[in-house]
Design a protein around this ligand. Sequence first.
Ligand code: ATP
Ligand code: MG
Length: 257
Amino acid sequence: MSSLELRGITVRYGRFTAVDNVDLLVPEGTVTGLVGGSGSGKSTLGKAVVGLAPARSGRVLVDGSDASRRHGRSPVQLVFQNPYASLDPRMTVGASVAEALSGGALGRRAPRRERRAARDAEVRRYLELVGLDPSRAALTPDALSGGRRQRVALATGEGVRPAVLIADEMTSALDVSVQGAVLNLLRRLQRELGFAMLFISHNLAVVRHLCDQVAVMEGGHLVECGPAERVLAHPEHPTTRELISCVPGLALAEEAS
Ligand SMILES: Nc1ncnc2c1ncn2[C@@H]1O[C@H](COP(=O)(O)OP(=O)(O)OP(=O)(O)O)[C@@H](O)[C@H]1O
Ligand SMILES: [Mg+2]
């Protein structure tokens, strides 16, 4: 189980402050939904956590220690909306997952043949973990549906055994019919593997279903943060109220539950 703590994160693009002094704690093994209007700074904050946004100040702590100072690969992984962005279209699915695993638990000293067999077994294990038939390992991403591609992206994300996962509009490019399956998978993985997750989404109904805590952004600021049930049933900030009022049925569903 791991926690994620952001302290005073600020990101500027030139003179424009996209994220302004944001503090946020994602308690260990839980999911925080990050919501807010378009341009409020959600993606920029997510990128800052993994060091992809420029001019960053502030600290990112994973389990209380500086994420960047950990040895080896980053404990934080980012999964984007469009899995094409994170999967190499020329590489087979198996090769993409194997690459994410490389240098992992396989040991560099073992003979090459053993290493390859162990690697293939690991690749199969990760594909099965995300509910994909391992026989698809030989396919390239363009031969897969959007939902299956997103599963592969998750397998590569999980392959590096992150302590923290940032999912940015992960399912919004998918058909509604497969969104549910991918979200259920994400929830199962999160519970089984116990990573902390920052789940960026426009979809408050999904956030309600998936998240323990909800954080609301506006104009680069974090304007409200609290337990999902409380924030969605009794929003305190006008921005949160407005977001909720845009989703017919959400308030009613809250009242009924
Ligand atoms: N590379 C960049 N250069 C300059 N400005 C940027 C850059 N990336 C983002 N911005 C600006 O920073 C602000 C926050 O953008 P960001 O993408 O983080 O918003 P968002 O909350 O993720 O929006 P959306 O819900 O539409 O995805 C916006 O005003 C955007 O125009
Ligand atoms: Mg965004």
